[in-house]
Design a protein around this ligand. Structure first.
Ligand SMILES: N[C@@H]1[C@@H](O)[C@H](O)[C@@H](COP(=O)(O)O)O[C@@H]1O
Length: 234
């Protein structure tokens, strides 16, 4: 696990963008993408670059259950707004939050991941150490699954909704086993509220109670943190 400390989010996004560019030059074709505030500046770097994604595939980590892609709180909508409308890809996969048969949807999503092995995965980090929506306690063997969101995650994500009651209570998330299969990963974290999770992820034991700690097992992961998020790491 390589840790890079940067002064701020803009500098970190540039570091992540440079790694992405190297991976593309080396032949990367399939990109695992994340939502949340963390990767927004990274997506701006991508939009403002001359990188061409029209022959590339993206596979997102997660989607809220119950929200249609046209809903402005859905992760599909977020990705359209922050990346896809400006930077077209050959194809963009996200779980279908409106699927009537959720069991079938998670199986179909695993089949998509198997058919398009991820070359480069972008990750954010929950303040409780979650990655994607793999909350503490999720088995490391999990593939795509339906998640009951924790109270803390619902609260953390309420800032994007008018009311906390509007935050969906479930999501479909790529599992930890699927995330670990990615050939390379970049995890970014900004701000003091991520400092404990970053510390546990980098310095702590590998434990299901801090899902991101499993990333210590991967041999091509770069963690990019600002001063506040990285205050407990060297
Ligand atoms: N499912 C998402 C994660 O993919 C994201 O990494 C995390 C952090 O969000 P943010 O980047 O807004 O801090 O929370 C959300 O719950």
């Amino acid at each position: 696990m390589k840790v890079i400390k940067v002064a701020n989010q803009l500098e970190g996004a540039k570091v992540a963008f440079d790694i992405l560019s190297e991976k593309i030059a080396a032949g990367a074709k399939t990109f695992g993408l994340a939502t949340g505030s963390t990767p927004v500046e990274f997506y701006n770097q991508v939009i403002n670059s001359n990188l061409d994604f029209t022959d590339k595939t993206s596979i997102n980590l997660d989607e809220y259950v119950g929200l249609d892609g046209s809903d402005d709180q859905s992760y599909r909508y977020f990705m359209n707004q922050h990346l896809f409308n400006e930077k077209p890809f050959h194809q963009n996969f996200l779980p279908n939050g409106k699927a009537t048969d959720l069991d079938a949807e998670v199986k179909a999503y695993d089949a998509i991941i198997d058919a398009h092995p991820i070359d480069f995965q972008i990750l954010g980090l929950g303040a409780n150490g979650h990655i994607g929506f793999n909350e503490p306690g999720t088995p490391f063997t999990a593939t795509t699954h339906v998640v009951d969101l924790t109270e803390s995650t619902i609260k953390a994500n309420a800032r994007f909704f008018d009311n906390e009651e509007d935050v969906p209570k479930q999501a479909i998330s790529m599992g930890i086993a699927s995330i670990l299969k990615s050939k390379s990963l970049v995890l970014m974290a900004w701000g003091a509220e991520k400092a404990d999770a970053v510390n546990g992820m980098v310095n702590g034991d590998i434990t299901e109670s801090l899902p991101a700690s499993v990333l210590q097992k991967h041999d091509d992961i770069v963690v990019i943190v600002d001063e506040a998020a990285g205050k407990f790491v060297k």
